[in-house]
Design a protein around this ligand. Structure first.
Ligand code: PLP
Length: 402
């Protein structure tokens, strides 16, 4: 059976070049980079090279890159490390549409003495910058706003946000896990103080990430122990994975300029065809300011989970929300924050492409997808109704039972 992987915002396949680059670090180059002998010294040089390449991807200084175990660790370090560094400031600002790696940390802290502001978004998934400005106070320690949303691909105007945050002397953290490796980023011209990235979103393995820390940014280490990463993140370096991240960064540097338009063309082809062939379908979120590889589409009167199962039978992998929450039946907090009606939230599917996605795969999906929606609607008790009355479906339990 043909297989088509359209869940690249959940994770990506590891690039073959990345695997090749990593292999010697499991066998030949097994030294500890902190060791004084030649085994260690040799490895340390390669770790330094990987750091340089990751820094080139962000256009920053290599000393501003700290390797971590994942995007979640980078987010935790940024937020908790800033709060520890500014103990007199007890206010955090974030948005209602962040990934749980940010949102749940902030909510956890709000139960432990911190005041939390969660900025709202409009129907397009965009922030109101006036709301941000009025939320900023003398006690605000950190503003954490994502670069691009993992469910909708909607991109925030992070530099405009950063300018407002910096004018108040507040630390600005950006979870750029979904942006790095997909679009060009330039820290030399940025207002961002701290930026999180994760290797497995751009063809490095799972379990490696990094935190960009702008020179001069005060941050208390989250992992305490040895002196690795210049005292900013203790723990023996995960050398093979750091090398893999470096290789993935090198490939991204090479591929972004040509991939960006190509992936966007394929995404638009898929989106346009599905909207044309499936009645009562619409795209969620701002279509103008969006990652080139992502589309979130809602199909009224059907369940996202049912669509996924039937797509899976055809060999097509997609997602009905963020990977981290797909095991639960909770409707997407992102779409809910955007005020998307429950019937549409429950019928939402996220399709996310990568540079390995081919036009054949897109055309196969365009052929297989619409009959699935048609079949599910025939089975659905709501399927034959052209439109549900206003307000119908606001009871999530009721909708889920269909
Ligand atoms: N932030 C965003 C926006 C994400 O999409 C993810 C993963 O889906 C994370 C953070 C967490 O990254 P990791 O899986 O590397 O912990």
């Amino acid at each position: 059976m043909k297989t088509v992987y359209l869940d690249n915002n959940a994770t990506t396949r590891v690039a073959p070049e990345v695997i090749d680059a990593m292999m010697p670090y499991f066998s030949e180059y097994y030294g500890n980079p902190s060791s004084m002998h030649s085994f260690g010294g040799q490895v340390e040089k390669h770790v330094a090279k990987a750091r340089e390449t990751v820094a080139r991807l962000l256009n920053c200084d290599p000393s501003e890159i700290v390797f971590t175990s994942c995007g979640t660790e980078s987010d935790n370090t940024a937020i908790r490390g800033t709060l520890d560094a500014y103990p007199q400031k007890k206010h955090i600002i974030t948005t209602r549409v962040e990934h749980p790696a940010v949102l749940n940390v902030c909510r956890y802290l709000s139960k432990r003495g911190y005041r939390l502001t969660e900025l709202s978004v409009n129907a397009k998934g965009q922030l109101d910058l006036a709301e941000l400005e009025s939320a900023l106070t003398d006690t605000t320690a950190i503003v954490s706003v994502m670069y691009a949303n993992n469910e909708t691909g909607v991109m925030f105007p992070v530099e405009e946000i950063g300018a407002r945050v910096k004018s108040k002397g507040v630390v600005f953290h950006c979870d750029a896990v979904q942006a790095v490796g997909k679009i060009p980023l330039d820290m030399s011209k940025s207002t961002i103080d701290l930026l999180s990235l994760s290797g497995h979103k751009f063809h490095a393995p799972k379990g490696i990430g990094a935190l960009y820390i702008r020179k001069g940014t005060k941050l208390t280490p989250f992992m305490i122990g040895g002196h690795q990463e210049r005292g900013r993140r203790a723990g023996t370096e995960n050398v093979p994975y750091i090398i893999g991240l470096g290789k993935a960064a090198e490939l991204a540097l090479k591929h972004i300029p040509q991939d960006y338009p190509h992936i966007k063309t394929l995404r638009d082809r898929l989106e346009k065809a599905l909207l044309m062939k499936c009645p009562d379908a619409c795209v969620n979120g701002d279509q103008e300011h969006r990652l080139p590889n992502t589309t979130s589409i809602s199909f009224e009167y059907v369940e996202g989970e049912a669509i996924l199962l039937m797509l899976s039978e055809k060999g097509i992998a997609a997602s009905s929300g963020s990977a981290c929450t797909s095991g639960s039946l909770e409707p997407s907090h992102v779409l809910r924050a955007m005020g998307v009606p429950f019937t549409r939230v429950h019928g939402s599917v996220r399709l996310s492409l990568s540079r390995y996605t081919t036009i054949d795969e897109i055309d196969y999906t365009i052929a297989e997808f619409p009959p699935i929606i048609k079949r599910l609607r025939e089975l659905s008790p709501f399927g034959k109704e052209p439109h549900l009355p206003a307000g119908h479906g606001n009871d999530s339990t009721h909708v889920r039972q269909t």
